[in-house]
Ligand binder design. Structure first.
Ligand code: ADP
Length: 191
């Protein structure tokens, strides 16, 4: 008798608790910061740090860039990003081999964070944001202005400096500086 009363009580309690947890999950504000990060620079890190203060969870995700000839493998880029963001508890580093909209749909993310350096970034970023929105209407892109001191900085300029034997101190995190040095030695170039 007592058992038969307890059963519906347990069922109601279970339903209330699962609804509550579900509700809390839905309230999580997640965003993705996509890029090729070949390698991560201090400009990227500045955006990651600022965005991580706005959202509950930030996914920093490495996407393939078919127009670029990468210096670092995807695994190396992910490892460098993980080391550089280890101090940020709500940042997760991942990689995805496909379209940003498919990644966002799979993860139920509706916000993309992008960094804007100069007017030259604007046209391509604007085109990309509109195309993504056309393919996935729930997806919005939020642009964050680059910090003034990093507005000239790009991964490609870092790669170029390193390949020509220049110093990248103050442009990339220290772990990246070391990895670039190793890479140059492997390539048989200058340090
Ligand atoms: P890059 O253009 O340096 O090769 P990515 O393709 O990895 O970089 O770009 C990832 C995102 O980071 C893009 O939104 C890009 O505009 C942004 N970004 C790149 N460098 C900087 C910087 N120095 N300051 C702010 N945002 C940046």
């Amino acid at each position: 008798m007592f058992q038969s009363i307890l059963f519906p009580v347990r069922v109601i309690l279970f339903l209330v608790l699962t609804r509550k947890t579900g509700g809390r999950k839905d309230e999580m504000f997640s965003a993705v910061y996509p890029g090729s990060f070949d390698p991560i620079t201090l400009g990227h890190l500045d955006i990651i740090q600022r965005a991580s203060r706005i959202v509950d969870r930030l996914y920093v995700t490495v996407f393939p860039n078919i127009n670029k000839n990468p210096l670092f493998t995807v695994e190396e880029r992910v490892a460098l990003l993980k080391q550089s963001t280890a101090h940020l508890a709500n940042v997760s580093v991942e990689h995805y081999d496909g379209l940003l909209i498919n990644y966002a749909r799979e993860k139920r993310i509706t916000v993309v964070i992008k960094g804007l350096r100069a007017v030259s970034d604007f046209l391509t970023e604007f085109q990309m944001a509109l195309m993504n929105k056309k393919m996935y209407p729930e997806l919005d892109t939020i642009f964050m202005m680059s910090a003034a001191e990093y507005s000239y900085l790009s991964s490609s300029i870092v790669r170029e400096i390193a390949l020509l034997g220049g110093c990248v101190k103050g442009l990339v995190p220290m772990n990246v500086e070391e990895k670039l040095r190793e890479k140059m030695l492997q390539k048989g170039g200058t340090k």
